[in-house]
Design a protein around this ligand. Structure first.
Ligand SMILES: [Zn+2]
Length: 370
């Protein structure tokens, strides 16, 4: 058998950054209540940037060359889908509303934290036992829906719930944390899109460690409130008014069962970042990223979007007079579940692609369409 030469690329993530990744993923960052995660992120990124600020709704920004008039953004979103306490029954059970597109189908039997006034309160999504569900052969099995899912925290009256510090509007997050599987696969809650926050922070670290001088101002943006309509990015794009935006988010690995490649396209974890074609994605900027990938032997995958990428890319592209934007996505399995899964090599390659792209871009980069 032919022994093909395997090119080993240098690892980008070091032990310290890996420790940060685990801590960042295990820390809850519910939509609208991202401050805890943003604090961790800012602490991590501060040594790598010249200055930083936080906007009124908590979007965190690290800046390299803050005085430069030409501004490039690299962006991810910091928020995590979660639930809101909506109604407490006289018996002390808790009904919820969604905060972002949290998946009702995975809820039964899950453990959660309710973020109450007195701190975290443990609870579970209760669900009728299989024996009691199947009692009557004429009735269909109940399927989980927002209006039949409830939390049980051990309290047996509304007062007992309230005494724990739980109130209407308390946010609820799953307990599941970071873990490693075989063959360099990672699982965790809300890798969507805190893996993006991690990757842009790593880009800042590499720029600093490799002593790279950029001919423009670089804004490393970890935006809030993406999951409920790209709101954080909208706010910060108006504030920064960048000249170019490089956005990163997750995209679906479509190689697992029950996903149509005809509809969702072909994308697999481990085969590199995915580049999207879509009206908000600037063609010339996308070409430039493709060339960077080719030159640096970074594998990429492609997808096409209809109308919108559904990411912060639109917020940047359309925020002011038009900001050339590009989307670099990392493939992810089981999005919006508690076991979102991705591959280490894609993290490395996505970081590398952003890092190399930033060294090619400059204020004279010609992005004119005509
Ligand atoms: Zn999402």
């Amino acid at each position: 058998m032919e022994n093909k030469e395997i090119k080993t690329k240098p690892e980008l993530i070091n032990q310290q950054s890996f420790e940060f990744l685990k801590k960042y993923i295990n820390n809850p960052s519910p939509v609208g209540f991202e401050s805890g995660g943003q604090k961790l992120w800012l602490e991590y990124i501060k040594p790598f940037v010249d200055t930083s600020f936080v906007d009124p709704y908590g979007t965190a920004v690290g800046i390299i060359n803050p005085d430069h008039p030409f501004k490039i953004v690299i962006e991810a979103h910091a928020d995590e889908i979660s639930w809101f306490v909506n109604y407490i029954t006289p018996e002390g059970l808790i009904y919820l509303k969604r905060n972002g597109g949290v998946d009702h189908q995975i809820a039964p039997g899950s453990r959660v934290f309710i973020h109450g006034r007195k701190g975290l309160v443990k609870a579970v999504f209760g669900w009728p036992a299989i024996h009691t569900r199947l009692h009557n052969p004429d009735t269909k099995e109940p399927s989980p829906k927002v209006d039949n899912l409830f939390l049980d925290c051990g309290a047996r009256s509304k007062k007992e719930v309230e005494d724990l510090g739980v109130h209407i509007g308390s946010v609820v997050t799953y307990q599941d944390g970071f873990d490693e599987l075989a063959n360099d696969f990672y699982i965790g809650r809300a890798f969507d899109n805190r893996i993006g926050g991690f990757m842009i922070a790593e880009v800042a670290r590499l720029l600093k460690e490799k002593n790279i001088t950029l001919p423009y101002g670089l804004y490393i943006v970890n935006a809030v409130q993406e999951e409920i309509g790209l709101r954080g990015a909208e706010m910060i794009a108006r504030r920064i008014k960048p000249n170019i935006a490089v956005v990163t988010d997750v995209t679906h690995d479509t190689s697992t069962p029950m996903i149509s490649k005809i509809i969702e396209g072909d994308c697999v974890c481990g085969k590199g970042p995915s580049l999207a074609y879509g009206p908000a994605v600037h063609n010339k900027l996308l070409n430039l990223v493709q060339e960077v990938a080719e030159k640096n032997e970074i594998p990429v995958q492609y997808r096409a979007v209809s109308r919108s990428t559904g990411t912060d890319t639109e917020s940047f592209a359309y925020a002011h007079e038009g900001c050339p934007s590009v989307l670099i996505s990392i493939p992810l399995r089981y999005m919006h579940t508690t076991v979102e899964m991705l591959h280490k090599s894609d993290i490395n390659e996505t970081i590398r692609l952003m890092f190399e792209t930033l060294q090619v871009l400059n204020p004279d980069t010609d992005l004119n369409y005509l």
